[in-house]
Design a protein around this ligand. Structure first.
Ligand SMILES: [Zn+2]
Length: 205
């Protein structure tokens, strides 16, 4: 199993989610740090970028004398959810499928921090002074602009500030508290990831 993405913290977040939602992946995930830049690629560039990633995946598998069962590729959309987002995701998913075979495009909308807003209890479990204001609870967090700002300015307030390296810890608490199946609110990209992990766990491992 390969986990590819640009940002180390985001890869760690994906790892926590994958290992909790599919325990069979524990001990089998290998990470590749790569600036994938897929959803903004032109049609001409997209397939080439997917093929480049596929070459890196195969080289890594050869070095470790391992077979690749499946690849998760993470990227942030960096804008809020909208009508066109399923098509944006599907276009990249197709390119990855044709380059890699079994592959899942984990497109976080708008970014991984939007997923953290689904787990107010986990935010407080990580730092007891942190609290998600009620106006952000039960919402579609894919449509809330700038979730990172909400975490740094409104959740952590005047005390210990949220940093990007806190994101995996928040999700670890969400996993430990068995909150991942029960998000407060919704986010299409998070639901999609859960469906992809379930499919992968059942058919690709
Ligand atoms: Zn899979």
């Amino acid at each position: 199993m390969v986990l590819a993405g640009e940002d180390r913290n985001d890869r760690l977040c994906l790892r926590v989610l994958l290992e909790d939602l599919c325990p069979e992946m524990r001990g089998r995930l290998v990470e590749i740090g790569d600036s994938v830049r897929l959803h903004q690629a032109t049609d001409a560039n997209l397939q080439a970028r997917a093929e480049t990633l596929a070459r890196k995946v195969r080289a890594r598998a050869a070095r470790e004398s391992a077979d690749v069962a499946c690849v998760f590729v993470h990227e942030d959309l960096d804008r809020i959810d909208g009508e066109d987002v399923p098509a944006v995701r599907e276009r990249v998913q197709k390119a990855l499928g044709s380059a890699l075979g079994n592959a899942h495009y984990a497109l976080a909308v708008s970014e991984v921090e939007a997923w953290l807003l689904l787990f107010p209890e986990a935010l407080t479990a990580l730092v007891s002074a942190w609290s998600l204001p009620s106006r952000y609870r039960g919402r579609d967090t894919g449509r809330i602009p700038d979730p990172k700002r909400i975490l740094t300015e409104e959740v952590s307030g005047t005390g210990r500030r949220y940093r990007e390296s806190d994101a995996p810890g928040v999700l670890e608490h969400a996993a430990r508290l068995d909150l991942l199946p029960r998000p407060v609110g919704r986010n299409r990209s998070f639901d999609r990831l859960r469906a992809d992990v379930a499919e992968c766990c059942a058919h690709h491992l």
